[in-house]
Design a protein around this ligand. Structure first.
Ligand code: MCA
Ligand code: AMP
Length: 507
């Protein structure tokens, strides 16, 4: 098996002069230059004490140099731990205490504050635009040769929140990353000739292990945009070939008048995932551009599992058949018996893509696997007679907002800590721009509290994207006979909250 790092070196040998990334200001990083920087950073990591198996955490802006940091981490046999830039101090503190990285790469100016909140043994260095930051100051570090790794050794840890309590670090191996990347490259016919418009964040599977891995291993070029910017994407479409996005990308792009068949004629593939793409968006995109968006299904613990076909029918509202080499079954949850096509059940997956374990949580890992080795996704789905899977709901209490996962429990615990709150429930409510957004339903102790006061109390401790967009009050929460809060009823009750809202990002 060739690892992602080895495949990157193969691509460098073949396509050294090709641009790996092109930034909006036209700056290009060639494969040869990216390799040189990777080698240099590998030397720096080693000089800073990073050893094989150590964690290298990164909470940094989206910069081409971050790709070199990721590859350098793999080169020295360490474990890459990317973190959402929206995470606040107390969220970060948890990740650092749990993963105990040897090195934490942050944005310039944040070292001291972060170091003050962290246990001993973690070093902090910074990385900013145009090679600023302390990480780039160690020009004299001796070179560090690539370290041979076992296929099942950890390559990355990505934190994913849980329905109960603490976030779990999903440990992904070199085999996980390499096998999923090879499968997708083949399935989507991705090659050196591709020019990808990359506007996703690079701290998640989608932007990093789908988009970046497929590019660095094939020698393709990425237009590297700091964030979703519909105008910039429209401008880049001529001369580009592929776009990967969450559904919000497509709904926002559809509001741009220049998204037409003519403008998209060089593009060969539009991919959507991370959240459900409505059939309406799929059809509208097709009508406007002539392209059928290819929807696929994945998860942090499993990488990509299903994909609509490259050749053949891309069916709106489905995520397509399982990818080659990956086994998916839909089972009846209580008995774990496999269900025939047409029946809704719990989705389980097995294959070389499935993660190794949750970091330091053997019991949690065991809980999420069946006796015969399938991982329980927590999603509900149904196969049709042609083997296409549709995701019809979630067995887990999860809100997906603009492709980001939000676990209500984390928010409820913070709100319940407010002295005027008796209890609360956070539910996902339909939103025209972000798919769904969190809304808090609060039962106060006595007289109603100012919603702003509740929001202000949780703000410093919660990433902005997780913060409820609205606080609603109730005398009590609906419960079933077992005493469990009926979230479906709350979702229904508040379903129209954002229907009249303007569809801009700030609504
Ligand atoms: C930003 N905000 C959000 C979100 N993003 N609120 C809720 N949900 C969000 N996703 C808030 C900001 O804090 C800000 O609040 C306001 O919305 C506007 O922020 P801005 O930065 O302008 O937002 P944006 O650039 O328009 O971003 C929206 C976005 C972005 C394009 C939907 O969030 C995005 O790129 N999402 C993709 C996430 C992703 O890659 N998911 C993959 C993970 P205020 O105005 O109050 O300051 S899932 C995965 O990897 C699995 C395996 C899979 O299958 O792919
Ligand atoms: P994460 O835990 O951040 O990796 O998000 C994974 C979850 O996103 C899955 O368990 C699904 O619930 C959801 N998801 C990913 N892709 C799709 C899709 N195409 N349609 C519906 N849900 C999706």
């Amino acid at each position: 098996m060739r690892t992602i790092y080895q495949l990157f070196e193969d691509a460098v040998a073949r396509h050294g002069d090709t641009a790996l990334t092109i930034e909006p200001d036209g700056r290009r990083l060639t494969y040869a230059a990216a390799h040189e920087l990777t080698e240099r950073l590998a030397g720096t990591l080693t000089a800073l004490g990073v050893r094989p198996g150590d964690r290298v955490a990164a909470q940094v802006e989206k910069l081409p140099e971050v790709i070199a940091l990721y590859l350098a981490t793999l080169r020295v046999g360490a474990i890459y731990l990317p973190l959402n830039t929206a995470y606040t101090g107390s969220e970060l503190q948890y990740f650092v205490e749990d993963a105990r990285p040897a090195l934490f790469v942050c944005s310039p100016g944040q070292e001291e504050d972060l170091a003050g909140r962290s246990p001993d043994g973690v070093s902090f260095v910074s990385m900013g635009p145009h090679r600023t930051g302390t990480l780039f100051e160690r020009e004299d570090a001796p070179p560090a040769p690539p370290v041979a790794v076992e296929p099942d050794a950890p390559a990355a840890i990505l934190y994913t929140s849980g329905t109960t309590g603490r976030s779990k670090g999903a440990v992904l191996t070199h085999r996980n990353l390499a096998s999923n990347c090879a499968t997708l490259t083949e399935a989507w016919r991705y090659t050196h000739d591709d020019v990808l418009i990359h506007a996703l964040p690079i701290f998640h599977i989608h932007g990093l292990f789908v988009a970046v891995n497929m590019s660095v291993t094939t020698g393709a070029t990425m237009h590297f945009l700091p964030k979703l910017d519909p105008q910039a994407i429209v401008d880049l479409m001529p001369g580009s070939t592929v776009l990967m996005g969450v559904p919000t990308f497509y709904t926002r792009l559809l509001r741009h008048p220049d998204v037409t068949a003519e403008r998209t004629q060089d593009m060969r593939l539009f991919v959507s995932g991370s959240a459900p793409l409505t059939a309406e968006t799929h059809h509208e995109w097709r009508a406007r551009t002539g392209h059928a968006i290819l929807e696929r299904y994945g998860m942090t613990e499993t990488g990509m599992m299903c994909s609509n076909p490259y050749d053949g029918e891309r069916r709106a509202g489905t995520v397509g058949p399982p990818l080659p080499g990956i086994s998916i079954r839909v089972v009846e949850r209580e008995t774990n018996t496999e269900l025939p096509a047409g029946e809704v059940g719990s989705i389980q997956v097995a294959g070389p893509n499935v993660f190794r374990e949750y970091w330091n949580m053997p019991e949690k890992t065991a809980e999420e696997f069946t006796d015969d080795g399938y991982f329980v996704t927590g999603d509900l789905g149904v196969f049709d007679d042609d083997g296409y899977l549709s995701i019809v709901g979630r067995d887990k209490d999860l809100i997906i907002s603009g492709g980001y996962n939000i676990y209500p429990k984390e928010i409820e615990e913070l709100i319940d800590g407010h002295p005027s709150v008796r209890e609360s429930a956070v539910v996902g409510v339909p939103h025209p721009d972000l798919g769904e957004v969190p809304v808090a339903v609060v039962v106060p102790h006595g007289a109603a509290v100012d919603p702003e006061e509740i929001l202000a109390s949780i703000r410093p401790r919660l990433a902005r994207f997780k913060q409820p967009r609205r606080v609603e009050f109730a005398d009590e929460l609906p419960r079933n006979v077992m005493g469990k809060i009926q979230k479906a009823a709350l979702r229904q009750e508040h379903a129209a909250l954002f229907q009249q809202a303007p569809t801009g990002p700030k609504s």
